[in-house]
Ligand binder design. Structure first.
Ligand code: NAD
Length: 483
């Protein structure tokens, strides 16, 4: 489906209604329904590994090895994790009833929410569409998938393959850009899962509010990294360079800028240059392992960020618009008010700011929007603790960057300006399910008689005992909590 016109709203509404009827039929409560879909999604990836890899390389300019490593493999691992744990993660969770409510039982049941709209972006076009989709299937939801218009080859391929493998009763794909998404967002969904920029996240949340639809917002922002003089500068630099220049810096959790202490600065700068040469050679333009900037608009935006930064380019700086090539670039001492330091860079440019010490770095990070990720390279426990206590971020990496996205069991998501909600593995199932509280109590004996009116004196006295927490001193509540 593509193109938004007057009749699209109806068309989209029809699609959502059909997908909702799959859920309301009760079919998706069956774990075998979910297993079958997850297996089909896995087959889609393995059957079409090469065309998908080529499509991403073509649309995003990413090396094929990177596509396999950072997209296809991660989705397959996510599916395997969901399949292996599906029964356990979706099982009703018993809750102990307080003695006064006995006999009876209470539990939390995870129920499918219904139809989930997954809106995705271009930088990891397979991963960021299919990982949320897998979570939704595991939760028993059906999905409308809206890939990015900036990756037309991938979007076209997935629009063809997804309904073929999963069935049109399970997933619908809507391709297109702003007009189509705007129209789509007029429909009532049961959850909207959005990956993209903060400004569009606000548009999505406003539209969802019209229907009181819950949202997950996986946004971006400026993720800082910090390096001090206690670490092996060569290793820290290699890890920063790898995380920054994978996918040509177009990763939401790439380090956006680097804060380095004065005493470590020269050694770290030299190590950054050495790591870039080690990974991409003396002429990175010839390296088959360096990705390209997604399109000419983004290329121009990045070149403008570089030229207006007020900083000094110490590594790289070369660019070629026709090839969408921008060398892995390090800029020192940019103006903190320049766009390079106020906007998300999302490209292969690493600004380096000098700080007096860790305390100044913590204050710098804490004084700005809460980032999606924060990376701290220090051997000093007190410095690690200062970052843990003094800052907030979606994820925190000590001595490593990017890795958090691929650790099964770790939730992925932002906080504040970097987003809301979380997913991957069990967190996807929980995020995309309704948590229904279910209590049951036999009708006999009728132990609730105490709370029925009228309330003679004996009932009021007994009621007071039931309401004991109201009269209990705080100290007792503390000890109860610790038992
Ligand atoms: P974007 O917000 O421009 O686009 C994302 C999606 O929203 C696309 O599908 C697009 O078609 C749609 N869209 C764009 N404008 C819209 C509008 N006005 N109304 C409705 N829909 C609209 O984001 P982008 O530039 O494609 O992606 C880059 C951003 O995404 C960066 O900020 C990056 O950090 C972030 N990101 C976050 C994650 C994460 O997991 N947290 C992952 C990748 C990228």
């Amino acid at each position: 489906m593509s193109g938004a016109g007057p009749r699209d709203e109806q068309r989209y509404a029809g699609l959502v209604a059909a997908l909702r009827s799959t859920v309301s039929s009760g079919a998706t409560l069956d774990l075998d329904w979910r297993r079958q879909r997850l297996g089909a999604l896995r087959r889609l990836l393995t059957d079409h590994e090469t065309p998908l890899t080529e499509a991403v390389s073509r649309d995003v300019g990413k090396p094929a090895a990177e596509v396999r490593l950072t997209e296809l493999s991660l989705v397959v691992r996510e599916i395997d994790d969901l399949l292996a744990n599906l029964e356990r993660w979706t099982a009703p969770r018993r809750v102990r009833l307080p003695a006064v409510y006995l006999p009876g039982r209470a539990e939390v049941q995870l129920r499918p929410k219904g139809v989930v709209l997954v809106i995705s972006t271009w930088n990891y076009p397979v991963l960021l569409l299919l990982a949320p989709l897998a979570g939704a299937l595991a939760a028993g939801d059906t999905v409308v998938a809206k890939p990015s218009e900036l990756t037309p080859t991938v979007s076209g391929l997935l629009a063809d393959l997804l309904p073929r493998y999963l069935g049109a009763d399970t997933v619908g794909v809507v391709t297109g850009g702003v007009p189509e998404t705007t129209e789509l967002l007029r429909c009532r969904f049961d959850h909207v899962f959005f990956t993209g920029s903060g400004p569009v996240g606000r548009v999505v949340m406003r539209a969802a509010a019209e229907h009181l639809t819950p949202v997950t917002l996986e946004l971006g922002g400026k993720s800082p990294a910090f390096v001090d003089g206690t670490v092996d500068a060569a290793v820290a630099a290699r890890r920063v360079v790898w995380a920054k220049f994978t996918n040509a810096g177009q990763s939401c959790i790439a380090p956006d800028y680097l804060l380095v202490t004065r005493e470590a600065r020269e050694e770290v700068l030299a190590a950054l240059g050495a790591a870039i040469t080690e990974f991409f050679g003396a002429d990175p333009r010839r390296s088959p392992d360096l990705g390209r900037v997604v399109n000419a608009d983004h290329h121009r935006r990045l070149v403008d960020l570089l030229s207006s930064s007020g900083g000094r380019v110490v590594v790289g700086g070369g660019h070629e618009e026709d090839e969408r090539y921008l060398a892995p670039t390090v800029v020192v001492d940019p103006d903190v008010d320049s766009p390079l330091m106020t906007e998300e860079i999302f490209g292969p440019v690493l600004p380096v700011l000098t700080v007096a010490d860790a305390a100044q770095a913590v204050a710098f990070v804490a004084g700005r929007d809460q980032p999606l990720a924060l990376y701290v390279f220090t051997e000093d426990d007190a410095t690690r603790a200062a970052f843990e206590r003094g800052t907030s971020s979606g994820a925190l990496g000590h001595g490593v960057a990017l890795m958090q996205i691929s650790v099964p069991g770790l939730p992925f998501g932002g906080v504040g300006a970097s987003g809301m909600g979380r997913y991957h593995g069990r967190d996807s199932v929980e995020e995309l399910s309704h948590h229904r509280s279910v209590v049951s109590k036999p009708l006999r004996p009728d132990t609730l008689a105490l709370v029925y009116p009228p309330f003679p004196a004996w009932k009021r006295a007994a009621g007071m005992r039931l309401l004991a927490p109201l009269r209990r001193p705080l100290a007792r509540a503390w000890t109860r909590g610790r038992r």
